[in-house]
Design a protein around this ligand. Sequence first.
Ligand code: MEV
Length: 345
Amino acid sequence: MESIPKNRLFALHWLQPAALCYTFLMIKESAVTAFAPGKVILCGEHAVVYGQPAIALPVFREQAKAEVLLTPGKPFTIDLPDIGAAFTLAEAPAAEPLARVARLTLARLKVEPPPARLTIHSTIPIASGMGSGAAVATALVRALSRFLSVQLPPAEVSALVYEGERLWHGTPSGIDNTVIAYGRPVWFQKEAPPRPFHTAIPFTLVVADSGVAGVTKDAVAGVRRRWQADRVTYDGYFVAVGEVVREIYRRLTSGTLVGVGALLDENQRLLAAMGVSHPALEQLIAAGRAAGALGAKLCGAGLGGNCLALVEAERAEAVAAAMRRAGARRTIITRVESRQKEART
Ligand code: MEV
């Protein structure tokens, strides 16, 4: 990475108003890059909003990437070429999620917006349940703080990103920002510190995109409306999901996959009962099971987006092909190792 020549830094230092001086002193590189993975929720989505545990996994095959480039004399700008959007931080509305995350990050670092352009690219499909918003915001926080020569710990990155999640999703549990910021499998329960863990047995998932956009905010609001109308039934669903999650965690951490597929199927049955499945997802799930998946369920908010199938590694390609034939727009095969390799961040 290119360093800023000392004389340039010195000149910039004197050209800026006093409030920016401190910011400039923190800039050591004129360009930095940071990454964040996508995620899938293995089990427990929706019930997690009501206090039950859930397990989420990072997916490194899909990533968000943020680059910060020094642009002397220009205002701090966020550029999102993938969706054809760009705005200066000064002009962005308070409710713009990425602007909010950027402002909070700068406030946390106690600096003024630097004269820089922050460009974000992502391969994570939007509205697919793979945490695209949280990943983009995580890459932003990492790149911006790194540009200002600060390495924030995962808990702080996660807390900053959560503030963007609230604007995107309404009442999120915080699971997406947590698993993406930690980059490890996470046992997550609201109001409790997240527990990153290692599975004692590696396993393979096929993640299949239904191609139907599922909006998290709508899915979460729908479950809330139905819960308010029939608390007894919905509390029953949430508790049952919690039991499934505990059982899956017990098996993964004690090194057996026996019964995990059936538990995922049970989780799917409960999600469908909550009203967050979709015919396109049901079709992919049925095709995956028929092709030999050990179990399958939607993952994320539902109403579209992705589903996942637990497979024996040697069946992965066949299951993925069957899901594509059943209408999946694309499939990803992801392996969860018993010790997750160090990821680029
Ligand atoms: C979305 O990825 C997961 C949900 O459980 C919502 C949340 O936890 O905030 C549906």
